[in-house]
Design a protein around this ligand. Sequence first.
Ligand SMILES: Cc1ncc(COP(=O)(O)OP(=O)(O)O)c(N)n1
Ligand SMILES: Cc1ncsc1CCOP(=O)(O)O
Ligand SMILES: [Mg+2]
Length: 204
Amino acid sequence: MLQFISHYTEEYSYLDSIRMALEGGCRWVQLRMKGAGDDELRPVAIAAQRMCREAGATFIIDDRVELVKELRADGVHLGLKDMPIAKARHLLGDGFIIGGTANTIADVRQHHAAGADYIGCGPFRFTTTKKGLAPVLGLDGYRGIMQVMAADGIKLPVVAIGGITAEDIPDIMQTGVSGVALSGTVLRANDPVAEMRRLVELTS
Ligand SMILES: Cc1ncc(COP(=O)(O)OP(=O)(O)O)c(N)n1
Ligand SMILES: Cc1ncsc1CCOP(=O)(O)O
Ligand SMILES: [Mg+2]
């Protein structure tokens, strides 16, 4: 289970990043365009959704519940400062995927109670892709959260996120998480498509 978080660099646009991720075999894409208004986001989202549909990939949009509903994207990812998950579930119904960000077991419990479908849990380590990071979890952080989830009987898939590279994946998967979400390590690679192929292999 590998979710690619779209991003841009001097070399690549948001859509380039998604195109390369899909070409490399990723089948779960999140369009994340922080600070973009609806007029900037909508055309990119429509193009990204088309590419994902053609590739048979799941298409999630970060933060924007209304746009997800309007475009009939597959789902939305919501953080602790975004629309509450229970409200998003009410607006979207059961036919959409809703992911929630967690940094602590309390966050996981809250999202579980609110009806989230998966947890994006992090950051694993420091990353410049997101501003205002929560405290770094490291491997021990994931082990602790997975342990308490098991004791609580919470069965939501957990996706680790934040500064993750190919080298980290075997150890992260050993903690019991279901997958990883990543961005920078793909876009920094000399050959992003080949790097994505390697990452898909490591998480399947
Ligand atoms: C899979 C996944 N996990 C966590 C996040 C972070 O969401 P959030 O805390 O709302 O921060 P922003 O991404 O909105 O800056 C995510 N997007 N995806
Ligand atoms: C959206 C988000 N939330 C926590 S870290 C992060 C960014 C992940 O990107 P990268 O893999 O480049 O650190
Ligand atoms: Mg958010």
